[in-house]
Design a protein around this ligand. Structure first.
Ligand SMILES: [Mg+2]
Length: 490
C-alpha cells in the first residue's frame, strides 16, 4: 500500500495513550491519560481505560487554533492540500471509533445467486488465479452525493457500476466496495434502504459509513448527550441505535422551556413528539452535532448555553466556563454543499465556525472541539475496519485489500482525505467538481473522469489488465457454457 500518514497507528489498545502528532509537545498525551470521564478541563475527550472497550482511539494532531480565524481574513472557502494542516482537530485529543463495524441490523446482503452460475464462476476463478487474487486485492470507496446519486435521483452510470462490482464481470466475482459519505441525519438502516431503492441494488449497512457512524464509539464515554441536527426527530433514533442511553434533542428542551430560544421554530406537532424532561435536574455530558441544524437560532442558543453552564446543567452559568469545557463533537466539516439551488449552500463546517466565534467572543478562549467525517483520519481508519469485515462477508477472507480507490466529486474532502491516507483517488465531474483539468489545490492522484463508471473501469483495467472484460457474458467459457456446450468449464 502507498504510504500512510505517519501518526496513524491502528494497533493502539483502547487503554493506550493516544500518540500526539508531530506538533504535539511532550506533555500533551499524559494530560489526556490522567483525565477521567466527565472531567474535561482543557481537552474535551476522555481517554481512560475501559474494560471490554470496543473503541479504538485515533489521535488528532493539530493545535486548537480555530479554523475560522484563517477564513475570517480572506474569502477563500476552499481548503486545499497546499495550506492544509494534518488535522483540524483540537490538539491532544483523540477520536474514538468503533473497533469493528456494528452488527448489521439489515441483512440485505449480497444477492443469492443461482447455483449453476456460482459453480461456473468458481471454476472460472480457479482458472484465473492471479486475476482473482488481484480482484480481491482491490476495493472501492464511493462518495454518494454527486457520484452515485444527486439527492434522491440516480446518476445513470451508477447502475452499471453496481452490476459490474456485484459480479457481472469476466470473473463473475464480487469486487468489494463501501459507501463513505459526509451525509447523515437518519439511521444507517433508513439511509441504506433509501439508497438501495434508488440504485436498484441492495446495499448492506455493513458497507456503509455516514458522517456520524464512527461516533457510535462515543456511547461508551457519555450517557446524557444533546444531539443536534437532522430532520424531525430522526437523529434521536440514530443516536439511540448507537447505544446512547439518554438522548436529548433541542426540541425536547423547547418543549420544557420555550423561552430558552426567543426565535425558535417549533410547531404544535413537534411539541407532541418531543420528550420534555426535568432538565433542571439533569447534567449533560457532551454535545454531538450529527447533521445540519434545521433551526440555527435555537441550536446556537442551546449549544452556547450548555458550553457556558455549570457542569452541563441548563439554566445555570459557570463562574469560569473555560475551566471545564463540555466536549463537543461535529460529525463532519464540510463548509458548503450543492443543492438544487444555483449557488452552493452553507453546511455543518460553517455552523461550527459560527459557534467557535460565539464561544471566543463570550469567553475569550478557543473552543476545543472534535470533527469527524471526511477528510478526518478517524473516518478513514474506520473505513479500513469496515472494508475488512466486508471482505469477510463476501469472500470469507478478513484481509484489507491493498489497492483502494476513492471516487468522489469534492476535492476538499473526498480527494484530500484519500490522498492523505494513501488511497488512489478519482475525481468525477458529476457533482461539486466541474473543472476540465485536475483540481489545482487537491489533485486526484488517479485522475479526473466524466463519471463514476469511467473511473471504475479505469481502476479495474489498471488492476486486472487492459483486456479485462466488464461483462460475465463476454467470458468465452461462459459463452460456451451458456450456448449449451455443458455447464462445466473444460
Ligand atoms: Mg459528494
Amino acid at each position: 500500500m502507498a504510504q500512510k500518514i505517519p501518526d496513524t497507528d491502528l494497533e493502539l489498545a483502547p487503554n493506550e495513550v493516544p500518540k500526539g502528532g508531530a506538533e504535539a509537545p511532550k506533555s500533551g498525551a499524559s494530560t489526556v491519560a490522567q483525565r477521567s470521564v466527565g472531567d474535561h478541563a482543557e481537552i474535551p475527550i476522555p481517554s481512560e481505560a475501559r474494560k471490554g472497550s470496543t473503541a479504538i482511539e485515533v489521535p488528532a494532531s493539530r493545535s486548537s487554533i480555530s479554523d475560522a480565524s484563517s477564513l475570517m481574513h480572506n474569502l477563500s472557502i476552499a481548503p486545499s492540500m497546499k495550506d492544509r494542516r494534518a488535522s483540524r482537530n483540537s490538539f491532544g485529543t483523540s477520536l474514538p471509533i468503533p473497533r469493528s463495524p456494528r452488527p448489521s441490523r439489515l441483512s440485505l446482503g449480497p444477492d443469492a445467486p443461482g447455483a449453476l452460475r456460482d459453480i461456473l464462476a468458481s471454476q472460472v476463478q480457479d482458472l484465473a488465479k492471479e486475476k482473482t487474487k488481484a480482484a480481491k486485492n482491490m476495493a472501492f470507496a464511493f462518495d454518494i452525493d454527486g457520484v452515485l446519486l444527486h439527492g434522491d435521483k440516480l446518476i445513470p452510470q451508477a447502475t452499471r457500476v453496481m452490476e459490474l462490482l456485484n459480479g457481472d464481470n469476466e470473473l463473475g466475482i464480487k469486487i468489494p466496495y463501501i459507501l463513505l459519505t459526509n451525509g447523515g441525519g437518519k439511521t444507517e438502516v433508513d439511509r441504506v434502504d433509501q439508497i438501495s431503492r434508488i440504485l436498484g441494488h441492495p446495499i448492506s449497512t455493513q458497507q456503509f459509513i455516514q458522517s456520524h457512524t464512527p461516533m457510535q464509539a462515543l456511547s461508551e464515554y457519555y450517557e446524557t448527550v444533546l444531539v443536534v441536527g437532522g430532520e424531525g426527530f430522526k437523529t434521536r433514533a440514530a443516536a439511540e441505535a448507537y447505544g446512547f442511553k439518554n438522548v436529548v434533542v433541542p426540541k425536547d428542551i423547547l418543549a420544557w422551556d420555550p423561552s430558552i430560544s426567543p426565535w425558535r421554530n417549533f410547531s404544535e406537532e413537534e411539541r407532541k413528539q418531543a420528550r420534555p424532561r426535568d432538565f433542571d435536574n439533569m447534567n449533560f455530558d457532551a454535545i454531538l452535532v450529527f447533521a445540519d441544524s434545521r433551526d440555527y437560532a435555537t441550536d446556537f442558543q442551546i449549544i452556547i448555553d450548555l458550553l457556558l453552564s455549570e457542569n452541563g446543567r441548563l439554566r445555570t452559568k459557570a463562574k469560569d466556563p473555560t475551566e471545564k469545557q463540555m466536549p463537543i463533537y461535529f460529525s463532519q466539516g464540510d463548509i458548503i454543499f450543492t443543492t438544487d439551488h444555483k449557488l452552493p449552500r452553507m453546511t455543518q463546517g460553517l455552523f461550527r465556525m459560527a459557534i467557535e466565534m460565539m464561544y471566543k467572543t463570550l469567553t475569550g478562549a478557543d473552543l476545543e472541539r472534535v470533527v469527524y467525517g471526511k477528510p478526518e483520519l478517524a473516518t478513514y481508519k474506520y473505513a479500513d475496519e469496515v472494508m475488512m469485515s466486508w471482505m469477510k462477508e463476501i469472500h470469507n477472507e478478513q484481509v484489507l485489500p491493498e489497492n483502494i480507490y476513492m471516487i468522489g466529486d469534492n476535492p476538499a474532502s473526498d480527494i484530500i482525505g484519500g490522498n492523505m491516507y494513501g488511497w488512489n483517488t478519482c475525481l468525477v465531474r458529476t457533482g461539486v467538481f466541474q473543472g476540465k483539468d485536475n483540481d489545482e489545490n487537491s489533485p486526484a492522484n488517479f485522475g479526473v473522469f466524466d463519471n463514476v463508471l469511467e473511473a471504475v473501469q479505469a481502476a479495474v483495467r489498471k488492476e486486472l489488465g487492459t483486456e479485462f472484460k466488464f461483462r460475465w457474458s463476454e467470458n468465452e467459457k461462459v459463452k460456451n457454457a451458456l450456448n449449451g456446450q455443458g455447464a462445466a468449464v473444460e
